[in-house]
Design a protein around this ligand. Sequence first.
Ligand SMILES: N=[N+]=NCCCCNC(=O)[C@@H]1[C@H]2[C@H](O)[C@@H](O)[C@H](O)[C@@H](CO)[C@@H]12
Length: 446
Amino acid sequence: MSEKVFPKDFMWGAATASYQIEGSPLADGAGPSIWHKFSHTPGNTYNGDTGDVADDHYNKYKEDIALMKDLGLNAYRFSISWPRIFPYGKGKINEKGVDFYNRLVDELLKADITPFVTLYHWDLPAALQDLGGWTNRDIAYWYTDYADYMFQRLGDRVKNWITLNEPWVMAFVGHFMGEHAPGMKDLYASFSVVHNQLRAHSKTVKAFREENIKEGKIGITLSNSSHDPATNSQEDKDAARLAHEWTNYPLFLNPIYKGEYPSGIKEYASEFLPHNYENDLEEIKEKIDFVGINYYSGDLVKADTKSFLGGKTVERGLPKTEMGWEIYPEGFYKILKGVQNEYNPKEVYVTENGAAFDDKVVNQGVHDEDRIDYLKKHLEQALRAIQNGVTLKGYFVWSLLDNFEWAWGYSKRFGIVYVDYKTQKRIIKDSGKWYSQVIKNNSFEF
Ligand SMILES: N=[N+]=NCCCCNC(=O)[C@@H]1[C@H]2[C@H](O)[C@@H](O)[C@H](O)[C@@H](CO)[C@@H]12
C-alpha cells in the first residue's frame, strides 16, 4: 500500500444525529424528547435555539441524500429518534415514525450508500425521563425493547448498528455538568447512567445476536480527548492516566472487553458506582463487532487536588477551532493506537472527526481552508494508525451538514455542507469538495 493511499474498500462517510438535523420533533405522532424539553427551557441553549426546524431533514432527506451521492459518500451514519418510534418510550408504536426511517434507508440504498444506524444519540423520550431516565435500572429493558424492535423493522436492510453515541458525554455533561439534557448535576447519578448504559448496550447486543441479522455488525461509539501529562512529574502522569480512564474509551471498553471498570475508577471513584454493580459485570462483558471512535481534540492534564479525580486540563497554546478546542492531530493517532493495543478490536471505525470554524458565504461559496487543513492532518494520523496495526475500516466526518450544536444552538458550524437556516439552502463548502476528492482518490494527497 503506497504511503498515502487508504486500503481498498475503506469506508468514507459523514455523520449526523436525529435531533441535530431533522426538525419536526413532534410531527406525525412523535413524542417529545428530553432535548425538546431542555432546548425549550429558557437559558439552556445559545439564543434560545431549539431543534424545532434544524436542517428540516425530516422533509428534505431526499435532497440531502442526493447531496451525499454528489459528494461520493459510500456510507452515512445517522441516528433514529426513539420518541418517533415509541412516543412514550415504550408500549404504543408510532407507525409514521417507523415509516420515516424506512423511507430514509430505502433512499440511501437506492443511492448505493451504506446506512450506519445509531440507535441512541441523546434524544430520550421525555416520558421515560419522568420515570428517572437513564438513572432507572429498568431503562436497560426499555432500551433493549426499542432496539430489538428496530432490528426487526430495519434489520433486513441495515447491517451496521451502533448502540449508543458518546455515553460519557450523555452521562457527565447531562447528569453532572448540567449543560446537556436532562440538566442534572449529580455525580452519583452520572455513574449510575454510565452503568445502566452499559447494561442496556450489552442486553441489546445479546438481542441483536438472537435476531440473527445476516452479515449484521454491532458496536458502540465513544468520545475521546487525548490527555497528555502537563509535565513529566509522577503526579501529572497519574492525573492524565485517570482522566483518560474516566473520560475516554476505557470507562466503557474495560467492562465490555474485560468485565471490570478501569483500575483508577475502582480505586478513586468506586463510591459513585451503583451498589452491587459487580453483579452486572458478567452480563456487560458481551462481545461486540467493532468500536466506534469519536475524536476532536487533545489537552494537557495537570495534577490538581481540587478537581474531580485530581486533575485539571491546561492548554498547550495550539491553534483552536471555533469550539475553543485545541487542534492536536497526533492525539488522534494515540487514541486509535491505544484502543488497538488495549482491546485489539476486530474492527474500528472513526464515527466522528471534524471541526467548527467561523464559516462565511463569499460569492455563493464557503472557502473553509481551515477545515480542509484540520481534516487533512487528522486523516494523515488515521492512515498512520492503519500502517501501525489499527484495524481501522472507515471514517465518518462530523458533520454532513451544519446543524444544532446542542447547547451552542446554531452558532457553531461543523458541516462540510453549509446550511443557510433562513432559506434552508445547502452550499457545499470547499471542504466538502475536497472530501469528495479524498473519497475519489482514497487518499488525502491528489
Ligand atoms: N471524552 N471526552 N470528551 C469530551 C469532549 C466532547 C466533545 N464533544 C463531542 O464529542 C460531541 C460529539 C457529538 O456526538 C455530536 O453530536 C456533536 O455535535 C459533536 C460536536 O460537538 C461531538
